[in-house]
Ligand binder design. Structure first.
Ligand SMILES: Nc1ncnc2c1ncn2[C@@H]1O[C@H](COP(=O)(O)OP(=O)(O)OP(=O)(O)O)[C@@H](O)[C@H]1O
Ligand SMILES: [Mg+2]
Length: 264
């Protein structure tokens, strides 16, 4: 049994999840984001975050090279090392890594992005963002075999080796598939995937990946990425895929016991 657990940067208090990880008898690869942390950092450094909507309706962060510097500070720096620090103090032999390290996650940069802004379509250049092409499991397998718990975060490596932003949920899904993980558990600050993002009681308990029935179109913004990553992992053979709440007590155990949204 090997679990890939994605903890969202949206979760303010990671202690419940990290306690649960420390108590788990299973091998775990922990993947995390730091989106809120990065927004706070960029704002305090006077470089306001810029979220843009693609012509397909997907929301992402415009990542110019200064934003990538801040990205590295927030994701690979503070967020990653605070998680490693906490896990190690809980007795877990954690090692912090980005997708760049050892070439774990490789992708393809898409420097130009067509966006819709104020009803107009324009093209943004110099975007350090891309899609995931492949995962090299060599380093992660070495670490797992040595009893380490990898703590992995974006960015990933573009074809020329430079750092590009890729969504943490997608990284977690790609790693789960490459690892042949038994479970992918995606935790964030919502009870699971909601029919209506503003209504916490509208939890979708189960999603049949063979009959999505246009669900993607109705799930907006950043949650759509979560849905896509989860569907992708399930379709590529990850046995159990769950999107659940990271803020409750023992969130990992709860997700394994059926809380949140299960993909079947
Ligand atoms: N239909 C929906 N179902 C669930 N969450 C939704 C929905 N619509 C919007 N959301 C919002 O999506 C957010 C989760 O996505 P977001 O990317 O912001 O966080 P994350 O993935 O946990 O963090 P990070 O990207 O830093 O890892 C939640 O805060 C939630 O409020
Ligand atoms: Mg996210």
């Amino acid at each position: 049994v090997t679990l890939v657990v994605k903890v969202g940067g949206s979760i303010r208090n990671l202690d419940p999840v990290l306690h649960d990880v420390a108590a788990s008898p299973h091998a775990i690869v922990l993947v995390h984001g730091a989106s809120r942390e990065l927004n706070d950092l960029s704002t305090s450094l006077g470089h306001e975050p810029r979220m843009v909507e693609s012509v397909r309706g997907d929301v992402s962060r415009y990542t110019d090279s200064l934003t990538m510097d801040h990205f590295l500070m927030a994701y690979a720096g503070k967020a990653n090392k605070r998680i490693v620090e906490r896990l190690r103090s809980l007795g877990v032999n954690a090692v912090g890594l980005t997708g760049l390290d050892g070439g774990i996650v490789q992708g393809r940069r898409r420097a130009d992005l067509r966006v819709r802004e104020n009803g107009r379509i324009k093209v943004l250049h110099d975007n350090h963002v891309g899609s995931i092409e492949c995962v090299d499991m060599k380093l992660l397998n070495m670490l797992l075999q040595g009893g380490y718990t990898p703590v992995l975060t974006p960015p990933i490596a573009a074809e020329d080796g430079t750092a590009i932003n890729a969504d943490g949920d997608k990284v977690a899904a790609a790693v789960a598939v490459a690892l042949g993980a038994s479970h992918l558990i995606i935790l964030s600050d919502a009870p699971g995937l909601l029919r209506d993002g503003d209504d916490a009681s509208s939890l979708i308990e189960q999603i049949d990946v063979s009959a999505l029935n246009g669900l993607e179109k109705n799930i907006g913004g950043r949650a759509r990425t979560k849905l896509r990553a989860a569907v992708d992992a399930r379709r590529h053979g990850v046995g159990a895929v769950v999107i659940a709440d990271g803020r409750v007590e023992a969130p990992l155990s709860a997700a394994l016991d059926g809380a949140g949204t299960r993909l079947v």
